[in-house]
Design a protein around this ligand. Structure first.
Ligand code: SAM
Length: 271
């Protein structure tokens, strides 16, 4: 395969047995699990998963790698040649009845973000997602309020999932080594989301609230065109000082603010 295509597909294969073991231990494959593996590559993770899980569906975009894995004859392994971003998860899972459905993978970093947005849209389908991401992206998903990495993505994912940052994986654990560090994180579906919200509208609000991180939250929200008097009323109601920066607010403070401003601005428009 041409190097440029391998690079486009993010082909960095895990070669460190200690790291592979740690990843498998974090996934905890069980006989009652259906595991969907994204980008199995040469099968470094797939084979230890097949040894313990009820069933593994491995989805690989690279035709040659998929064909070579298809030759491995395990009754509980299905290898599909497909682009994970185009897979219809609902159809794939409609006839499956498992105690847990886990979505896992050492992902090509270029698909991290679109994949996660799909998962948010179809969050009911997976009990747990365990991914190896670029370190900075992993940190952002798991970030807590008051830290530099805390961002709209952290808030949206933490509303639906309990997120955990497990460990860092250095570049020399892969062949060829990527230029960046990686990290393993898990997203475990909450029984009930922390708040019932319309995700897309809330994300739009969050993006505005965090648009200029050096500015105060108040100055960012003024740009959404909330009337200043309404903003002052909201900040006072929730005990938020005007000088606060967006990353200093907890998830519940941001949700309270969003819901209050949304309700009140509707009344201003349609009294
Ligand atoms: N799991 C293997 C390992 O850990 O050694 C390979 C990981 S490598 C970082 C990413 C794998 O995902 C490659 O095998 C690549 O061909 C595959 N891939 C890239 N884009 C994909 C996509 N959109 N859908 C499915 N597989 C993809």
């Amino acid at each position: 395969m041409k190097r440029s295509r391998a690079r486009a597909l993010g082909q960095h294969f895990l070669k460190n047995p200690r790291i592979l073991n740690k990843i498998v231990r974090t996934i905890r494959p069980q006989a009652s699990d259906l595991i969907i593996e994204i980008g199995p590559g040469k099968g470094a993770l797939t084979l230890p998963l097949v040894a313990k899980a009820g069933h593994v569906i491995a989805i690989e975009k690279d035709r040659t790698l998929a064909a070579s894995l298809q030759k491995k004859d395990f009754p509980n392994l299905t290898v599909l040649e497909a682009d994970i971003l185009k897979v219809d998860f609902i159809k794939l899972l409609e006839k499956e009845a498992w105690e847990a459905v886990k979505l896992v993978g050492n992902l090509p970093y270029s698909i991290s973000s679109p994949l996660l947005f799909r998962i948010i849209g179809e969050k009911g389908l997976f009990s747990e997602c365990i991914f190896l991401f670029q370190k900075e992206f992993a940190e952002r998903i798991c970030a807590q309020p008051g830290t530099k990495k805390y961002a709209p993505l952290s808030i949206l994912f933490q509303i639906h999932f309990s997120t955990k940052f497990h460990f860092l994986v250095p570049p020399d654990s892969f062949s060829p080594p990527p230029r960046v560090e990686s990290a393993l994180i898990s997203l475990r579906k909450r029984e009930k989301p922390l708040f019932q919200l319309e995700d897309e509208a809330f994300l739009r609000f969050l993006k505005k609230a965090f648009q200029h991180r050096r500015k105060t939250l108040y100055n960012n929200l003024i740009r959404i065109q909330y009337p200043p008097s309404l903003l002052r009323e909201a900040f006072q109601k929730f005990g938020i000082v005007n000088s606060i920066r967006p990353e200093q607010l907890t998830i519940s403070q941001l949700v309270n603010l969003y819901q209050f401003l949304g309700e009140k601005s509707k009344k201003v428009k349609n009294p």
